[in-house]
Every structure is written in C-alpha cells, then in structure tokens.
Write a protein that binds this ligand. Structure first.
Ligand code: PEP
Ligand code: MG
Length: 574
C-alpha cells in the first residue's frame, strides 16, 4: 500500500480501478519496407482508416444526445478524412518506404510538434486530439486492444497529467469515479466542472506519471487530498465504510430539498446554481435551487468545430429557461479569452491574455458573434425569465455600449418580425475598478454578480491558473473583502440584488461572512446547494454581520481565516 497526498479540488470519496490516460508511445518494431510491399502497406493504411471512421460513426450515433462528445468524435473523424493527412502518409509509404505504422506515427508527431510550439491552450487541446486519433489508428493496426477513451467503465479512477474541460465533460458522461492529476489548480474550469458534477478530484500528485499505472486498485479521499494505491484490506474496509457514510449523508441531505434557505434568525438567502454545460440541468433540478445564477455560455463555443448559430443558441437557452421555470436563468455572455481560448474566434496570441482581449472586450472585438448570442437570448426570453449579464466589465462605459448593441439587436429582430423580450441586464463585478465604481454601476444595472475567482486574481495580481503562485491567491484577503462589502453596500443603497457567483460562494468557510458583508444571493455548483442550505439554516445573520464588521478591519488573509475558524469547524460541510 502506498499513500500520496495532493490538493483536493472536488470533495468526496472514490474507490476504483485506475485508468491512466497519459499517452505513452506505442512501440513500432518494423519501420521500413521493400518496394514490393508498397501495395500491401497502402491497402493496410486505407483499411485501417476506413475501419476507424466506421467506429467513430458508431460512437457519434451513440453520443447523439451529448454535443460535447459528439463534437470531439466528429473532429477526430475530420482529422482522418483530411486529404493532406492521407496524401502525406501515402507519400511516406511509397517514396520513403515506411511501414504504415511508422508513416502514421511520423506524420502525427510532426503535426503535434508544430502545435506544441504554438504554446496556447487551444493548440495543446488540438494536439491531444491528434494524439488520440494517432493512438486509435496505431492500436488498431498493431492489433492492440483499443486504448481509446470510450472503453472506460463507470467508477474508473482517471489518472493523468492534466485534464482539459472538454475531455473532462466527456469522461463525466462515462460516469468515472474520480480523478487524480499530476498538475492543476483549484479554480481552473476543470476543477469547477468536477465539483459541479460531484466527482472527487485530487491534483498536484507529482508521482502520477512515474508510479501510477493502469488497472491498480485506488482510493481517492477528496476530503483530505489523500491518494492510496493498492490499499490493504483494513484500509479498504475503512474507506468502504466512509463511502457508505458519504452516501448516507447525501441521502440525509435530501431532507433539505424542500426546506427554504433562511438563517436561524429569519434572514432569507437566494441560492442559485452555476452551470457550464446543458447536461448539468439534471443536477440543478435535483438540487431544487432557485434557478440558475450563472450559465457560463463559453462552453458552447469550446471543444466544438463550429460556432453555434443563433437558432442553435436560441434552442438551448429556451430549453434551459423552460426547465428552470418558474425560476430565472442568468445567462452570462461568452467569456472566452484568458484561460479559455477558442480558435473558432481566431484569437491572436497575447503575451498577457488575462489582461488582454477577454470577456466583454472580446465581444466588442467580435461584435457579430456577440450580436448572434444577444439575438438568441432576446428571442429565448419570450417568457421573461432570462437575465443577462456581462463578464469583465471594468466600468459603466462598457455597460452603456453593451446596452446600445442590445437595443440594435432588438431592432434587427423587429425587422425580421421575430418576437423577443428585453431581459434584466446586470454586470459581473470581477475587476477591482468595477467594484470601486459599484455606486455608478448600481444606478443603471438591474443586478450585480461578484465573480470572486477573477476578483481575487485581479485584486491581488495573482494568476488563478498558475500553481506556482497558488499561495498568493488569498480569497480571504481584506482587500477582496472590502471590495465585496463596498459592492454590496452600493447594491443595497440602490435597491438591487447582489450575488456572489465565484467559488467563494460555495465554500462553507466564507459563506456566512459573505452574508454578513451584505450579499443577498449566492450562486454555486448544484452539488453544493443542499449542504449550503443546511449551513444557512444553522447560522445567525445578525451574528455574522458583527463578525463581518470585525473582519474588515483585520490586516491579513490569515487573520481573517483565524477569526472565521474561531466560529467553528467547517469540515463536515465540505
Ligand atoms: C468568477 O470570475 O468568479 C466567475 C464566476 O467567472 P469565471 O470563473 O467563469 O471566470
Ligand atoms: Mg470570471
């Protein structure tokens, strides 16, 4: 039995068999042929490509309900059908007398090398796709059991170096038990998705590539960040007991389902869900939350090979609004850029992407893409339950510009004779300048939603995705708390709601403090709703108002953490 420790970014316990998805090169023994073998090799190549295309067609049918999976598989099929790929491999066989396997391996190695030189997330993701296709084809030709991702069984524990959000969404569809990764960060989008889908995830386990292999019995303890390989009988029994208790706690939490989120002294709190992909609606409905406080629509633009049309977006927004009814759905316009690059928008490489053309800035730069999304939202809001908000707003000027575009979009729909309705318009407060001018914003917007993930990043000048500076990413820093308090005060003065939709809202250590600072709504991963409701029902709002006041005068994040910890332990609520 070996025990390792990492950082748990999604809680819960998983016991299962490991599956390593680090790509290891397949061994190709024979690399060259004689001229009389050319015809046979070409036939092997054509037959191999054809059978993988058939296999992919079957899978595309199987995943017809899941757009993410379908799009990834379609991209793989397109890679195999690319005339340049076919010509280059054939040339390597006929001119350079390579075996089919060697020709394929060389071709993909060249493509991947080219992509990796480009050093951005999209191209890294593309090289993962190429590697996947290459492995699939080579495994087939070498008669190796298919190492494709589709054969992963429910309950499997995935071990890998890192994981992209689109690959993770695909694995979650296959009901994996958990993930153990070599690298990652707490607030990356993959961590957020894992939390939202209740899949335990542990990152920063450096031994993954050297000491972990396929088919090992493993335990992930997402409550402590412990990873156990080859557990002995006693440990296995202990964790099986914990797993049963976890299930029992989850069953017990169901009692909270129809309770209201009101503090012990009668202060009501609105608890909404964050979603990234439409598949999460099931979890939202199961949690019985007050609708959706943040729908991160950029996921519709990622991992896909085409930009979603107005009609496609309309169908999606309408369906989500109908499912969430009678509650509202807050749609956030695309927030691509920064860590969420999309080649579909032809983004240029920037030396400092988090401070570059992202969020609303990108929407202004790609105004037609923005207008398509706005028109889809205006049409889908025919029932009036959609709210619309904008990311990375730095001040009122940008909000006014957005409003002008929306009015023009409404006029375009009138010209087309299309029915539509104006949604409530709000802004995300995630740039310090927006928080500091919340008084100005609050006069003109219908609501504000504080994105603490970015607010911490921009206030403390610390990259939220860089594990080397993770210690500087201090959610409880007094500067962050003061910006939250100022925003909440201004919202109250202008009689508009103020939410927190960053990860801070779902953290039981900070939730009472946020209420004490004057936040009226919380939007969290659906998997957190019932636990937080239980916590809200146990705390006193008036008491936390006093604690918040005290905390605002403290000097460091550590002082704040210590003060909060005096109020009690939060472990059982994680
Ligand atoms: C945030 O910044 O807190 C937020 C909710 O947005 P995202 O995590 O998508 O950047
Ligand atoms: Mg943000």
């Amino acid at each position: 039995m070996q025990v390792y420790s990492g950082l748990a970014t999604s809680h819960g316990i998983a016991i299962g068999i490991s599956r390593k998805i680090l790509r290891e090169p397949l061994e190709i023994k024979q690399t060259s042929i004689t001229p009389d073998e050319i015809t046979r090799e070409l036939q092997r190549f054509e037959a191999g490509v054809e059978s993988i295309i058939l296999e992919l067609d079957e899978l595309i049918k199987l995943y017809s309900h899941s757009r993410d999976n379908r799009d990834i598989l379609t991209t793989h099929k397109m890679i195999l059908m690319d005339p340049e790929f076919l010509i280059r491999v054939r040339t390597k066989i006929t001119k350079e007398l390579f075996t089919t396997e060697h020709a394929i391996q060389q071709h993909f190695a060249e493509v991947v090398e080219l992509f990796q030189k480009m050093d951005n997330e999209y191209f890294a993701q593309r090289s993962a796709d190429y590697k996947d296709v290459s492995d699939r084809l080579l495994s087939h030709l070498l008669n190796k059991s298919s190492d494709s991702l589709d054969s992963i069984e429910a309950g499997t524990i995935i071990i890998s170096d890192t994981i992209s959000p689109s690959l993770l969404s695909r694995l979650i569809q296959q009901n994996i038990g958990g993930l153990c990764l070599e690298r990652g960060t707490r607030n990356s989008h993959s961590s957020i998705i894992a939390r939202s889908m209740n899949v335990p995830m542990i990152i920063n386990v450096p031994q993954v590539s050297t000491e972990f292999a396929d088919g090992q019995m493993m335990i992930l303890d997402g409550n402590t960040g412990t990873v156990i390989l080859h557990p002995d009988e006693a440990t296995l029994q202990e964790y099986q007991k914990k797993l049963t208790q976890q299930q029992h706690r989850r069953d017990k939490l169901q009692e909270m389902l129809y309770e209201s989120a009101v503090t012990s002294d009668g202060h009501p709190v609105i608890l909404r869900s964050n979603i990234e992909i439409p598949e999460e609606m099931t979890a939202v409905l199961d949690a019985n939350s007050d609708g959706i406080g943040l729908f991160r629509t950029e996921f519709l633009f990622m991992g896909s090979n085409h930009l979603p049309s107005e009609q496609e977006q309309y169908n999606m927004y309408r369906s989500i609004a109908e499912q969430a009814a009678p509650h509202s759905v807050t749609i956030r316009t695309i927030d691509v850029g920064g860590d969420k690059l999309s080649a579909l928008l032809n983004l240029d490489r920037e030396s400092n992407p988090n401070l570059g053309c992202r969020g609303i800035r990108l929407s202004f730069a790609k105004e037609e893409v923005f207008r398509v999304q706005i028109r889809a939202v205006l049409r889908a809001n025919i029932t009036g339950s959609i709210k619309l908000m904008f990311p990375m707003i730095s001040g009122i000027g940008e909000f006014r510009k957005v409003k002008d575009i929306i009015v023009q979009c409404g006029a375009e729909l009138d010209d087309r004779g299309e029915p539509w309705r104006m949604p409530d318009l709000g802004v995300m407060i995630e740039v310090p300048s927006a928080a500091l001018t919340a008084d100005v914003l609050a006069k003109e917007v219908a609501f504000m939603s504080i994105g603490t993930n970015d607010l911490v990043q921009y206030t403390l000048a610390v990259d939220r995705d860089n594990d080397m500076v993770e210690a500087y990413y201090q959610t409880a820093h007094p500067a962050v708390l003061r910006l939250i308090e100022h925003t909440a005060q201004q919202a109250a003065a202008h009689n508009i709601p103020v939410a927190v939709c960053g990860e801070m809202a779902g953290d039981p250590r900070y939730l009472p403090l946020l209420l004490g600072l004057g936040v009226t709504e919380l939007s969290v991963s659906p998997s957190r709703i019932l636990t937080l409701k239980q916590q809200i029902r146990a705390i006193s709002y008036n008491h936390w108002k006093l604690v918040a006041k005290e905390v605002l005068s403290l000097a460091t994040a550590r002082d704040v953490e210590e003060r909060i910890t005096k109020e009690g332990s939060y472990d059982s609520l994680r």
